[in-house]
Design a binder for this molecule. Structure first.
Ligand SMILES: [Mn+2]
Length: 290
């Protein structure tokens, strides 16, 4: 099947409960619907970068749709930080929203990262050593989930890096705000780049205001980075709510999260088998509510 190699796969960004946008995107990508199953005449399949739930109005519909596609073998999917948190809450006995409960057994069959013959998929960061550490773990295993919730747990750190991104502290005198005007104490790094000697403005993936060009992260803050070489397979991820002006394709990395909740746009990448990703393969769907 195609999905094993990833040659003909359409990778979809964070849906976050935006079912209408997802339907529109699938239609735009050329899928036709029969109930909860969507097929492509060219035998293409789907990949999901996680974060199916929360924020938007229809998380349960999104879960149902992705679950049926996954169970039919028409889609692959990884967990996002929202689903992983849900699983942690349920294992630790915290209250989880009742509408999500029926999906937990299925969610716990999903991996934290996927390596196909041609491409890789992860929610936030393809961090080689963290992924190596997690290779023999399973989300279905209660003991593993419990371990990730312990302080300074190597498994917990590894999961956090790959599903929530790599952040560094911002010097407090800089007072940087994100695209929503919220002052941040930490910034999310362009994890695929060698950032030594770069400024804060060049280093942050989600842009901050004002832009700081004269100062940057110190080398000590960057030791955990493992730059993603151009000889590596293309890697698809979501998570970062990128404003429209920030490029989604950079080297071998493609960020498909353009923030569907605030921009009402859901993104996908139509992968055709090439080693170098191109912006020409990006597809967006927008729902006009007016
Ligand atoms: Mn996320």
């Amino acid at each position: 099947m195609n999905e094993k190699s990833g040659v003909k796969i359409d990778v979809v960004g964070d849906v976050h409960g935006h079912y209408q946008e997802l339907l529109k995107l699938l239609e735009k990508l050329g899928y036709s619907r029969k109930g909860n199953i969507f097929r492509h005449s060219d035998n293409r399949c789907l990949g999901f970068v996680g974060d199916f739930i929360n924020r938007g109005p229809d998380s349960v519909k999104v879960l149902n749709l992705v679950k049926s596609l996954h169970q039919e073998g028409l889609a692959v999917a990884v967990l996002g930080n929202h689903e992983f948190r849900l699983i942690q809450d349920s294992v630790s006995g915290k209250k989880v929203p009742s509408e999500y409960e029926p999906f937990l057994p299925w969610l716990r069959t999903l991996p934290l990262f996927i390596e196909l013959e041609r491409i890789r998929i992860v929610h936030a960061v393809w961090h080689f050593s963290s992924i190596e550490r997690l290779k023999k773990t399973m989300v279905s295993d209660d003991a593993f989930i419990e371990e990730t919730m312990k302080k300074k747990s190597p498994f917990g750190e590894a999961v956090k890096r790959i599903v929530s991104g790599m952040k560094i502290k911002i010097p407090p005198d800089l007072k940087l705000v994100d695209r929503f005007g919220i002052q941040r104490s930490k910034g999310r790094l362009k994890w695929w780049m060698d950032l030594r000697g770069k400024s804060f403005a060049e280093s942050f993936l989600s842009p901050m205001e004002p832009e700081v060009h004269e100062r940057g992260p110190n080398d000590e803050q960057l030791t955990m980075l493992e730059p993603y070489d151009k000889l590596e397979k293309p890697v698809f991820f979501g998570h970062y709510c990128l404003p429209p002006n920030i490029p989604k394709v950079s080297g071998q990395t493609v960020c498909l999260d353009g923030c569907v909740t605030c921009d009402k746009r859901l993104w996908a990448y139509r992968y055709e088998g090439t080693q170098t990703p191109s912006t020409l393969n990006l597809v967006e769907a927008k729902v006009n509510n007016a």
